[in-house]
Design a protein around this ligand. Structure first.
Ligand SMILES: NC(=O)c1ccc[n+]([C@@H]2O[C@H](COP(=O)([O-])OP(=O)(O)OC[C@H]3O[C@@H](n4cnc5c(N)ncnc54)[C@H](OP(=O)(O)O)[C@@H]3O)[C@@H](O)[C@H]2O)c1
Length: 256
């Protein structure tokens, strides 16, 4: 990853574990300075200490991206440095349920982290990159953004927003020399998925996915990680007809 083009600092939102931590390790190895953000301070500090031990300069901040003040809080640790790469990775969905029965706090968090958060961070850091006429923005998506799945309405909708938003942003930012990539993930063996009890025997690894993201930052607007099987799944989900049968077929039961 070219630190001259995308550095000197990278901001990884959701950089304490899984794909975000893999991005952080790879970027540090390429000479980037890092700002890592997540909610739990312990895992954040663990990653930061490891990278500092290898010579990297690393800042951390515990912030909840679902809160309205997230961008202002993160700016307190980035306003004095040049963020040339934004990796917005946070965004998984821990709680399933019928939308009309959900605690509003659940869908507000999903929409806050994925829709509001991605927009606010892309606007702020993208605006600065546009002035410098260089930089990169990676926004993480999901195959769930290609078809509505019962019990995941807000998550599917938010990831569809992220993909279409990224496409438009990519088209706009091309003229400014800023690369935009929607990094679309299939099942990936992250600690979050482990905690939810998924069978991850056939999943991609965080390392593979982060490497695909870095290798393809200039190949936007959308990169589907995990190979041809995931590309086929995305295409099938997006184009399946009749829609009613396709949507019923992907319905997942609510998680207890
Ligand atoms: N893993 C998969 O199979 C899979 C599949 C499709 C798409 N994706 C997408 O890939 C991305 C990473 O997913 P993941 O499985 O690693 O789980 P995740 O729960 O999004 O966690 C990733 C990182 O984000 C942080 N994070 C989560 N919620 C946050 C919040 N509200 N505010 C600040 N930081 C937050 C986590 O640390 P804290 O918990 O300490 O905050 C962690 O560092 C997400 O956007 C997800 O939608 C994942």
């Amino acid at each position: 990853m070219d630190v001259e083009r995308y550095g000197p600092w990278a901001l990884v939102v959701g950089g304490s574990e899984g794909v975000g931590a893999a991005f952080a390790r790879k970027l540090a190895a390429s000479g980037f300075k890092l700002v890592l953000v997540a909610r739990k301070p312990g895992p954040l500090e663990e990653v930061a200490q490891d990278l500092r031990g290898k010579g990297a300069e690393v800042r951390t901040l515990s912030v909840d991206m679902g809160k309205a003040d997230a961008i202002d809080r993160v700016r307190t640790v980035t306003d004095d440095v040049e963020v040339g790469l934004l990796v917005y990775n946070a965004g998984a969905n821990a709680m399933r349920g019928n939308f009309v029965e959900l605690d509003p706090a659940v869908y507000r968090t999903v929409i806050g982290v994925n829709v509001i958060g991605q927009s606010e961070f892309a606007r702020h850091y993208g605006g600065l990159m546009r002035q410098r006429e260089r930089g990169g923005i990676i926004l993480t998506g999901s195959l769930s953004g290609y078809i509505g799945s019962a019990s995941l309405a807000a998550y599917c909708g938010a990831k569809a927003f992220s993909r279409v938003f990224s496409e438009a942003l990519w088209a706009e930012c091309e003229q400014f020399g800023v690369d935009v990539l929607h990094l679309n993930l299939g099942l990936t063996a992250t600690p979050a998925m482990e905690r939810l009890g998924y069978d991850l025997s056939a999943a991609s690894t965080p390392d593979q996915v982060a490497q695909e993201g870095l290798d393809n930052v200039a190949n936007g607007p959308v990169w589907i990680a995990g190979g041809q099987a995931n590309i086929d799944r995305a295409q099938a989900s997006a184009s399946a007809q009749p829609r009613a049968a396709a949507v019923r077929a992907v319905a997942a039961p609510p998680r207890k």
